[in-house]
Design a protein around this ligand. Structure first.
Ligand code: PAF
Length: 284
C-alpha cells in the first residue's frame, strides 16, 4: 500500500490505473478505523480493481471545536489496518492541501440536509458535501462506498451526485454492530465503560420502536416513548427520534404502503453524540 498526501501525486497514480483500464473505488473516512470501515473496504475490493481509502478529519464539517479537537486521530494504526485489508492507496491530505489559503467554496444540498443531524449540527452537511465533492474530484473514483449508519449523509451525497452530474456511483453498505447491537462508530472509543453500557439502549430502544410502529402503534406516540426511554436509560439528551421516508427523508406521520421508512435517532452520552437508524418494519 502506498500513502499519498498530495492531490498531484494522487492524480498521477489514478491516471496510470485508468490508462491500464482499471476501475477505481474510494472509501472516504475520517480515520480511527474500525470493522465497519473495513467492511466498506471489502465491499470496494470485491467490486473495483483499485481501492483508495481517504483519511481526513474534515474541520469544516464540525460545528463544535471540542468535538474536532477530541476526534480520535490514529493514522499509523489506520495505515496498518488498511495495508492488511488490501487497499492500494491511503490518501491522507493535510488541511492545507485540502483547503489552501483563499479557499471560499461551500456546497449546500437543500432538502435532505435539513432537520435530523442537519438541524442539530448547523453547517455540518455543507462541510460533508464540500469535502466529499473534492474527494471525488481528487480521486476520480468510479464508485464510492459509504456506511448506512450515517443514513442522512448518504442521502445528501446521493442528491449532490445527481444534481451536479458527478460521474461516480454511490454504494451504501449495511451498518456493522457489536454483539450487543451497538452500531460501530469511531466515537464509541470515547465512551467510558459506564457510558458504553448505557449506549446499547440506543439500538434496543430503536428496535422496539420500529416493531411498535410496524405493529400499529401511532408514530407520534411511539417516537415520544422512544425518546423517554432513552432518557430513562441514562442518555443525557436526545437530539431527535424521527420516522422519515428512506428516499427523500421527508417526515412520516404514518407508515405508507410502498414508501420504505427509516427510524433515525441521535442522542448524547456526556460529550459523545451517538446516531443510529433502522428500517421500519424491521428487515432482519
Ligand atoms: O462519514 C465520515 O466519516 C465523513 O463524514 C466523510 C464522509 C469521510 C466526510 O468527511
Amino acid at each position: 500500500m502506498e500513502t499519498i498526501s498530495t492531490v498531484a501525486e494522487l492524480r498521477a497514480r489514478v491516471r496510470e490505473w485508468k490508462q491500464a483500464g482499471a476501475s477505481v473505488g474510494v472509501v472516504p473516512t475520517m480515520g480511527a478505523l474500525h470493522a465497519g470501515h473495513l467492511s466498506l473496504v471489502q465491499a470496494a475490493r470485491a467490486r473495483m480493481d483499485r481501492v483508495i481509502t481517504t483519511v481526513f478529519v474534515n474541520p469544516i464539517q464540525f460545528d463544535n471545536a471540542d468535538d474536532l479537537a477530541t476526534y480520535p486521530r490514529t493514522l499509523a494504526e489506520d495505515g496498518r489496518l488498511l495495508a492488511r485489508s488490501g487497499v492500494d492507496v491511503l490518501y491522507a491530505p493535510t488541511a492545507a492541501e485540502m483547503y489552501p489559503p483563499g479557499f471560499a467554496t461551500r456546497i449546500t444540498v437543500a432538502g435532505v440536509s435539513t432537520g435530523l443531524c442537519g438541524g442539530s449540527r448547523p453547517g455540518h452537511f455543507d462541510g460533508v458535501a464540500t469535502v466529499v465533492c473534492k474527494l471525488f474530484m481528487q480521486t476520480l473514483a468510479d464508485c464510492a462506498f459509504f456506511g448506512e449508519k450515517d443514513f442522512q449523509q448518504v442521502q445528501v451525497i446521493r442528491r449532490m451526485v445527481a444534481d451536479l452530474d458527478l460521474p461516480v456511483g454511490i454504494v451504501s453498505c449495511p451498518t456493522l454492530r457489536e454483539a450487543d447491537g451497538l452500531a460501530l462508530s469511531s466515537r464509541n472509543r470515547r465512551l467510558t465503560p459506564a457510558q458504553r453500557q448505557t449506549a446499547v439502549a440506543l439500538p434496543r430502544v430503536l428496535a422496539a420502536c420500529a416493531r411498535d410502529i410496524a405493529a400499529g402503534t401511532g408514530v407520534a406516540a411511539a417516537l415520544s416513548d422512544a425518546a423517554d426511554r432513552l432518557a430513562a436509560a441514562g442518555f443525557d439528551s436526545v437530539d431527535y427520534v424521527e420516522l422519515r421516508a428512506e428516499t427523500d427523508l421527508r417526515p412520516l406521520a404514518t407508515l405508507l404502503p410502498g414508501t420504505p421508512a427509516r427510524l433515525l435517532a441521535a442522542a448524547w452520552l456526556g460529550g459523545v453524540r451517538l446516531i443510529d437508524g433502522m428500517p421500519v418494519p424491521p428487515r432482519d
